[in-house]
Each structure stands twice: as structure tokens, then as C-alpha cells.
Ligand binder design. Structure first.
Ligand SMILES: NC(=O)c1ccc[n+]([C@@H]2O[C@H](COP(=O)([O-])OP(=O)(O)OC[C@H]3O[C@@H](n4cnc5c(N)ncnc54)[C@H](OP(=O)(O)O)[C@@H]3O)[C@@H](O)[C@H]2O)c1
Length: 241
């Protein structure tokens, strides 16, 4: 039986990824800031599927929790999904250093520390590490550039790891979702451009297991972001997007 580690298993997306993997008969290792929050998901997974589930604490703002998690992983996972994310309040982060650092630490610094530990642990046996980034990392925009810049750095980090390990058994997948209906965006998005967490999870799991290197979730986002990235700066500055 293969094992999958889902970092931030209590996220709406991570929970759906865990359910999808359980149906594929993976044993699961799940993390959350507070493992008590994981108990409901753990019970659901165990009652519906005959799989082994173990839970761990991981807080991206707590460096020690990365080392403890990596040390405590009794079984080296075959695949890891990193689903941690904090959108934060961009306006607040302009003046509140704590908020700015929470966004940077949660979306980048804490995950870079975790990746370093996981890559060292998995390197001898190989495996797949999937990082969930965001279209927000594709171009700096007025509404969310603290989150976007941290996601941009995370995209580059996963891309760089993949390049570095390209001749190795350890593989890295960069996932760039567009809008997904989860508690992160609450009611801010709807319509055709927004996927359910279940649909997004099924795309992410399927493509990651199939050997994709990097992909947008919701194929239209590839084209949308290609246009957005290429709008000349003088025009972009006039747009309220
Ligand atoms: N929803 C979208 O439209 C969208 C679009 C592009 C990318 N994404 C990315 O998709 C991933 C999943 O997010 P989601 O949409 O499912 O939203 P979500 O349900 O709000 O999940 C965010 C997760 O991040 C965890 N988290 C926050 N701060 C943390 C910290 N300091 N340490 C560890 N974990 C922390 C939360 O933990 P708790 O459970 O403890 O609160 C939660 O599990 C994120 O990486 C997000 O950036 C989402």
C-alpha cells in the first residue's frame, strides 16, 4: 500500500485530496496546526475506507514543528501534497509587520524549511512532492501582492527543486490553481472560473500521479495568466484587477 502525506489536511482542498487518495487505497499521513482538528477527517477517512491514517502537527510559523514532523514520519511517503496557505489582508499587511510576516512565513518561509527537510528525507528512496501555489504568484496585483509574492517565490522554489533533481528519483510538481470554492476565498468567487474543491483535488491528484511537472488547475487559467503576464505595465497600471 502506498503512503501519501497531506500537509494542511484540514484545508478544504487538502481534505478533498485526502479523500481522493483514500479511494485510491493510499495510507495517509495528515498534518494540521492543531491535530485535534484532524480527528474528524481521520474518523471519516477510516470509517469509509480501509486505510491507515496517522496525524502530525505542522505549523508553518513554527520552525521546530517542521523538524519534528520530518523526524516523526515513521514511513517515508511516496507522495506529498503541500496545501498550506494564508491569504491574509493585503491592506493591513501594508502597515502591520506581523500580518506581512504571517503571509510570507505561511506561504513561503515555513514551507521552504519544510521542503528542505522533506527533500533530504525522501532523496534516498525517491517520491513526488507536490506544491500547491497560486495564479496570484504570476503577476503582482494591487489587491493581494503580499500573498502573491510569497506564492511566486514558492512556485520558483518548487520549479528549482524539480530542475535540480531532474535526473533523480525525487520528483517535484508545481500546481497553479485558479479560483477554488473553499473557505480561503469564501463567497468572493463564483461562476464558471471557479472549481469545487472536490473537482480541483481530483485534477491535482490525477495529474500529479501521472507524472505532470507543472500545471494550472482549470485549464483556462493558463491562457488567462498568459494574457495577464503580457499586458504592458503602462496599461496594467490603469486596470483595477
Ligand atoms: N481557494 C482558492 O481559490 C485557491 C487558489 C489558488 C491557490 N490556493 C491554495 O490552495 C491551498 C489550499 O487552500 P484552500 O483553498 O483549501 O483554503 P483553506 O481551506 O483556507 O486552507 C488553508 C490551509 O492552510 C492552513 N494554514 C494556515 N496557516 C497555517 C500555518 N501557519 N501553518 C500550517 N498551516 C496553515 C490552514 O490551516 P487550519 O486548517 O489550521 O486553518 C488551512 O488548512 C493553499 O495553498 C492556497 O493558497 C487556493
Amino acid at each position: 500500500m502506498k503512503t501519501a502525506l497531506v500537509i494542511s489536511g484540514t484545508s478544504d482542498l487538502g481534505g478533498e485530496i485526502a479523500l481522493d487518495l483514500a479511494k485510491r487505497n493510499f495510507s495517509l499521513q495528515l498534518t494540521a496546526r492543531n491535530p485535534i482538528d484532524l480527528q474528524k477527517l481521520e474518523q471519516e477517512l477510516i470509517s469509509k475506507n480501509r486505510i491507515k491514517v496517522s496525524t502530525f502537527r505542522f505549523d508553518a510559523q513554527d520552525i521546530q514543528s517542521s523538524s519534528t514532523l520530518v523526524q516523526n514520519l515513521d514511513i517515508i511517503p511516496d507522495i506529498v501534497f503541500i496545501c498550506t496557505g494564508y491569504l491574509g489582508e493585503n491592506e493591513r499587511a501594508l502597515r502591520d509587520r506581523e500580518e506581512m510576516l504571517r503571509i510570507i512565513d505561511t506561504n513561503f518561509r515555513g514551507l521552504a524549511i519544510l521542503l528542505q527537510g522533506l527533500a533530504q528525507k525522501m532523496e534516498p528512496v525517491g517520491g513526488i512532492i507536490v506544491g500547491i501555489s497560486s495564479v496570484s504568484g504570476e503577476r503582482g496585483r494591487q489587491g493581494n501582492f503580499f500573498y502573491g509574492s510569497a506564492k511566486s517565490a514558492f512556485t520558483t522554489l518548487i520549479d528549482g527543486y524539480r530542475h535540480f533533481y531532474s535526473d533523480d528519483k525525487l520528483k517535484f510538481v508545481t500546481v497553479i490553481p485558479g479560483f477554488i470554492k473553499t473557505k480561503m476565498l469564501q463567497e468572493k468567487t463564483s461562476g464558471l472560473m471557479t472549481l469545487s474543491a472536490k473537482k480541483a483535488a481530483s485534477i491535482i491528484v490525477r495529474k500529479s500521479l501521472k507524472g505532470s511537472h507543472k500545471f494550472f488547475v482549470g485549464g483556462i487559467w493558463y491562457w488567462v495568466m498568459m494574457i495577464i503576464r503580457n499586458i504592458p505595465e503602462s496599461i496594467f497600471l490603469k486596470l483595477k484587477i
